[in-house]
Design a protein around this ligand. Sequence first.
Ligand code: ADP
Length: 786
Amino acid sequence: MDPGKWNVACSMGLSGDRTVNLRKLNLQAALRALAASAGLTGLLVLGSWRLDADILERIGPGLSTMLVLAASTVVLTSLLLWNAWSVQRIEGDRSAAQRRANESEERLRLLVEHALDLIVIVGPGGVIRYVSPASTRLLGYSPEEVVGMSPERYEHPDDLTKLVQSRARALEQPGVAIGPVQVRVRHRDGSWRHVEVVHRNLMDEPSVCGIVTYSHDVTERVRAEIVLDQRERYFRALIEGAYDLVTVMRADGTIRYTSPSVERLIGWSPQELSGSQILDLIHPDDLPEVERALASLAATPGAGVAVREARVRHKDGSWRVLEWAARSCVDDAVIAGIVVNSRDVTERRRAEDELMASLQLQEAIIEGTADMVFVKDAEGHYLTINAAGAAMLGREKQDVIGKTDHDLFPPEQAAFIRETDQRVMTSGQPLAYESSGVGRDGGVHTYLMTKAQWRDTAGRVIGVLGMSLDITARKRTEDAMAYARDQAREAVQLKSEFIANLSHEVRTPMNAVIGFTDIVLDSDLSTEQRDHLLSVRSSAEKLLGLLNDILDLSKLETGSIAPESAPLSLREVVHETIDMFAAHGRQKGILLTSDVTPDVPDRVEGDAARLRQVLVNLVGNAVKFTEAGEVTVRLWSEADAGGAAGVHFTVADTGIGIPADKQHVIFEPFVQGDGSMTRQHGGTGLGLAIAKQVVGLMGGRLWVESSEGHGSVFHFTMRFTPTAVASHPGSRTTAPEPREGVGMIEEGAPRAPAPVATAATPLPLLGRVLVAEDGPDSTATGRRPS
Ligand code: ADP
């Protein structure tokens, strides 16, 4: 509000006081003027008296009296005339002034009474003495109702402090307009109006004698401001709460505003960015495009830039990919710049890049494969097919895409393909089948067709994915292999039959040789003859052993041997085997021990002869290939899923060991670690091959761990049927009486490393000592007896 206007208004307030009659005010002034003029007349009368006395002294008493009378008459007459004239003139002046005053008052009254603003005069007692008619509109009360009331009746309680302060200041500064202050006044209907109030202290003005309050109704303006403010807050909240980033920049790229999400996007706070140059944040490679866009926006008010991408530097130095769109508001007086809306698409871009790379990879794989790969929609149209697939159909890719099988194949074949497609789509089960057709080379080819459902992201079946492999070559190989296998089986069978026949044919005369040799040996012979015959018998026995081995292996290979199942004692079998080699071991100074953990069941059902055959083979080899040290047979229980008693056996020696490159071949028939003619150790190379077959027959596995020069450990597992008899408590029950020479570790006793027995150092006794009888010749007994 113009202060001048307020002054004028306050002056008007003076004139418009209903309790102070303006007409009376002017009359008083006129009376004061009249009183002043009456005093001047008296002076003139006194002055004229002094003049007459001087003249009378000079002209004498008679004349003087006449003169005085005459003068007095003249003066009096003049005075009366002048007085009459003055009164008349004053009356004239007074009526003119009165008229002017009336006119002025009328003017002021009209102004005040038609003024939109409310004018109130509050007297010294804080009570309203005068109020302009605007009170009816502003407060809902007529002036008569308001006069005599305290202004606080309609003033808002929360604004009282402001108002009291303003009035206090007005009291301190008489005549000075104080304000405006914006406060609320209550309308009679209970609503609040916003007014701007100016106070002026006119206490000293007798015609006013109060504080004039001029209230200008600003309700509509304030309401408009509130609406504007709400709208602004609404839009501000929209922008500031937006997930996307809103930036306002000048045409030259200077940032004026950034919404708070900028901190989440690129790490900088809006304050840090305000006033900085946007181009400084753009990746150099993206800069030219952004600069071009800015220039075009700056030059074209109202123009927009569609969605683009640019890399923007994050506060941590990394680059974020922002997708942005802009609108030029350079001609808008408020914005005067470019509004940019952007969002972080770094992760999306990365995912898209990865997807693209993956799609390209898939495309490359599909296109690179020599097999047919295709996708069909639910109606059977080929959506895609690789070049190899199209070539299989004798067409180009574009000749296949969009077509159905009815366009590509004869009706019967097309119907079959369609039927399989529909079966895959409805059942959800992948389908694979072989089909044949004429290939590009004109020959008949076999294809393995695999089909699966194709679903969209919502899980709806939308087609079929298919792959067709040309398996013609594989088929041929399989057929060839099957033929070879059949041939091999036939050959093995033939070989087996041959060996069985041969064995039978050789064994009969061989038994005769041995039998007759024994008979001759019982007769009187010279020492030399006896030696020769003993050699004959030994050789015949070896030959018979070899024959037995060959026959055994042959039978095992053809699967014509079934393991027996009878009660047996595992410990007995182990001890018998050790006993068998005890003498030979003692001769070589080798300690033979066994170590059976208590959890190994003693009595089980199985094939004792086959177990013994394996143990004899392995212990025989261990003794054969060990020159010093020990040979230990160990057994422990192993969990077996099938309810059988799984037992793990090891035969460990401290012998020559097996070179790493030989370890995998020694289980083959007729293969020996040292295959040279000059080899030191005898044998046929059949023992381990037979042992492996036997172990397999008994549901187990045979393998070796060995280090050349440091001995070998042969492992094998076997499965037995547990019997009702409880497992062995931990002592040997059927072992022969201990005798000096060979040691055995008592079950449960500490596992001390077995000392090496030599001729010079007698073997220590470890627990119970088993001294085996001199056993049969190791070579002969290392094999399963016939
Ligand atoms: P043979 O013992 O009759 O030669 P095997 O099949 O029993 O036939 O053994 C094959 C080969 O495995 C042996 O010739 C030998 O080289 C090697 N071999 C077997 N057991 C041992 C062992 N305990 N220590 C070292 N080498 C062994």
